[in-house]
Design a protein around this ligand. Structure first.
Ligand code: COA
Ligand code: UVW
Length: 336
């Protein structure tokens, strides 16, 4: 069974409400209807004016709306949210005037619905940029207790299994932190290991990727990767975590058993990694898109990790099935 089908079955037991702010997008209204049809949500709430949603439905061929529409700009919640947002961000210089402008953003409005418990999770970013989506998430919801940073992962459902046999790999960080330092790489690796275990129920095998394998190359930009791998190994040992980890590893050493035997003999992870941690956002974002577009993997994400509530992003290049997949993952995250 595919990872998505497994997660659909899990989400059906969740009974959750998901808000989809970008109701002006035909892909979003199609995904909202599918989420209701497939019973992965109890309710999908789509934000937008009647005219916007009608146009999106016509474009998507949606004749019967199965979701609830909220005209956020004319909602009785609007003034409430402006007042709450002003209060929440007072120390950061927020004024009622600035808050009124901010709350005209459909993503901020949806994030406030989650904050208030009017929705259990949010999926947006088919039109908005990731940075705009992330700012709304950080400002309205923030990080979960104990989490220093939020990060993201892509669930890569491969068409051809990896050489060690895995159909699903997690790639991180492909969406949030542009240039993580060694400590942040460890935070990203830990969060992604937790996501891997929550979604797949197996031991994470984490590879810190670079252009060097176990000292085969020497350059200052490798240092943070080597430090992160050492710190993560120490943490695993100290806290007796059920995670395997190694680095620095090149992608072939991480994924191909015969290359691993030559380049990293004795590694607990090389040749069979299932969680790939990229050194920065250039590598992560390019890497996931290459595997999605050239190897035709289904790429669900960016799944945000470390937030106090599940708010998830999309690529602007997504289709309605990708949005449906993110809705399913978001519901599963609410069930932790
Ligand atoms: C995440 C991002 C939007 C932060 O933007 P920024 O303009 O640097 O924002 P700031 O540093 O002013 O931070 C804004 C807020 O977000 C918080 N924040 C920033 N990065 C964060 C992180 N990784 N985790 C949690 N909070 C974070 C800051 O603490 C700040 O909070 P505050 O306003 O309450 O003080 C930015 O790093 C970014 O654009 N990342 C890349 C997104 C992207 O384009 N991805 C590629 C496509 S998927
Ligand atoms: C995740 C991502 O790369 O988003 P976008 O394609 O919208 O920039």
């Amino acid at each position: 069974m595919s990872i998505l089908n497994t997660l659909v079955e899990r989400a059906r037991k969740g009974a959750k409400v998901i808000v989809l702010p970008e109701g002006q997008d035909a892909r979003v209204v199609a995904a909202a209807n599918k989420a209701v049809d497939e019973k992965v949500v109890t309710k999908a709430i789509v934000l937008g004016s009647e005219a916007e949603i009608a146009e999106a439905c016509a474009k998507a061929g949606v004749t019967e709306r199965k979701f609830e529409c909220v005209d956020y700009l004319n909602s009785p919640l609007y003034n409430d949210f402006v007042a709450e947002f002003t209060e929440m961000r007072k120390a950061k210089g927020m004024t009622p005037e600035k808050a009124a402008k901010t709350m005209q953003s459909r993503i901020y409005f949806g994030a406030m619905m989650c904050r208030r418990g009017l929705a259990d999770g949010l999926v947006a970013g088919s039109i908005a940029s990731t940075a705009d989506m992330l700012r709304a998430a950080f400002h309205c919801i923030g990080t979960a207790p104990g989490m220093k940073i939020a990060s993201s992962t892509f669930v890569m459902d491969l068409k051809t299994p990896a050489p060690a046999g895995d159909d699903v790999l997690l790639f991180a960080d492909c969406g949030v932190n542009p240039n993580p330092d060694a400590n942040q790489l460890v935070d990203i690796a830990l969060a992604t290991s937790n996501t891997y275990r929550a979604l797949l129920g197996k031991t994470p095998k984490v590879a810190f990727l670079s252009f060097s394998t176990k000292g085969s190359a020497d350059h200052e930009i490798l240092n943070k990767v080597k430090e992160a791998a050492a710190m993560m190994q120490q943490k695993i040992a100290d806290e007796k975590l059920d995670i395997l980890c190694d680095g620095e590893l090149q992608a072939d050493a991480a994924l191909v058993p015969s290359v691993a035997a030559a380049k990293a003999p004795g590694s607990p992870v090389a040749g069979a990694a299932n969680v790939l941690i990229f050194p920065d956002l250039n590598a992560g974002n390019i890497g996931y898109k290459l595997v999605q577009r050239l190897a035709h993997a289904d790429a669900y994400g960016p799944v945000l990790q470390g937030l106090a509530k599940p708010l998830n992003d999309l690529s602007r290049g997504c289709n309605s099935d990708d949005i449906f997949g993110q809705i399913v993952i978001t519901v599963c995250q609410t069930m932790k």
